[in-house]
Design a protein around this ligand. Structure first.
Ligand code: T6T
Length: 339
């Protein structure tokens, strides 16, 4: 089985961040990933397998890119059919019925980014009880027991990297804010925690807390603007995902502080890259969702064919700034809008 990803060590990651250079790249694929699509792998002799990928939310370049990795890996293995669907919003009340209907269709494996650490557990546990192999991709559960594997970035460390980037951008220190999605999403909660812990260890900086945006760029813009009006001393913002970074850049612009208040965002869709080019966002911590996808298929396939599986797999980051934006590694890390 292919095992291309390694868990980044703290030391290696710190060096990567301090240099603010790209650390590695992910590859592309030629098929498409969107809500409700189905792709069939090339035929080989023997049994074939059905896998369903349930995205955290539709239309998010992170999950589109992950779907590209999933489809490419399924095609490479050859006897796997992949179905992709996801909720219209990052909301367990919308995702849970999808989990239930997918479970009723009884694929061999479900690859899923759970919308909530607790509320997503019952339908996922029901899928496991029905004999479906479950791989948790990106987000996880408070109780992940029974899952074949959990595959994600090291989100706690990622929050720490975001603070290191802000330290470099604002060496004199000051007040810093987090613009987060909503409580209960494992990934973005961990990024916030990692960031808050790192800020508290540097007396030059003051953590002014977290504002939630419900995974909406327009709400992120509103809460950012309001926070800047309330706390004019804010010098830096950490936006914990794609939509947060997009909205934070808008909020900072509306406050007339573009370039003055530094923004470090998680994720790297085309819009975030444009923001870096234009100088409204200073650094992006790009994840490698394509690799999460290829690993997820490998893990599910291993479980289905009686091979050894890895309970946890960590994928890498690429730190993107204006200075390294044109490097091959940065360009390869930009999320896809289609495969
Ligand atoms: O940051 C990713 C993902 O890791 C997170 O769980 C939810 O938001 C994204 O999909 C980006 O929008």
């Amino acid at each position: 089985m292919k095992r291309s990803m390694v868990r980044p060590t703290a030391g290696a990651a710190a060096v990567m961040l301090l240099a603010l250079t790209a650390a590695c790249s992910s590859s592309g694929s030629s098929s498409s990933a969107s809500g409700g699509s189905t792709t069939t792998g090339g035929s080989t002799s023997g049994k074939s397998y059905k896998m369903s990928f349930i995205q955290g939310v539709q239309g998010d370049g992170f999950y589109v890119t992950m779907g590209c990795g999933i489809q490419a890996e399924a095609k490479k293995i050859g006897n796997i059919t992949v179905n992709i669907q996801g909720p219209s919003q990052f909301d367990a009340t919308l995702q849970n019925p999808i989990i239930q209907s997918v479970t009723a269709a009884h694929p061999d494996a479900i690859l899923i980014a759970p919308n909530d650490v607790s509320a997503s557990r019952p339908p996922i546990a029901a899928a496991m009880a029905a004999g479906i192999k479950v791989v948790l991709v990106d987000t996880t559960l408070s109780d992940p027991s029974g899952a074949v594997s959990q595959i994600s970035s090291d989100n706690l460390a990622g929050g720490g990297f975001a603070f290191k980037a802000l330290q470099q951008l604002v060496p004199g220190g000051g007040e810093v804010l987090v613009v987060n999605t909503k409580p209960g999403i494992s990934t973005t909660d961990q990024r916030t925690q990692g960031f808050a812990d790192a800020v508290k260890a540097d007396p030059k900086f003051k953590y002014v807390g977290v504002q939630y945006n419900q995974d909406s760029a327009s709400i992120a813009a509103q809460v950012t603007l309001a926070a800047l009006q309330k706390n004019p001393g804010i010098v830096g913002i950490f936006a914990t995902n794609l939509f947060g970074a997009e909205g934070a850049a808008t909020g900072v612009r509306q406050a007339g502080k573009s370039g003055k208040v530094k923004i470090v965002g998680f994720d790297a869709g085309p819009d975030q890259i444009t923001a870096v080019e234009q100088g409204t966002v200073q650094a992006l911590i790009a994840q490698h969702p394509y690799d999460i996808g290829t690993n997820a298929v490998d893990q599910a396939y291993a479980a289905l064919t009686g091979k050894q599986t890895d309970p946890k797999i960590g994928t890498k980051f690429t730190i993107i700034t204006k200075a390294n934006l044109n490097s091959a590694a940065s360009q390869a890390a930009i999320y896809k809008t289609g495969c």
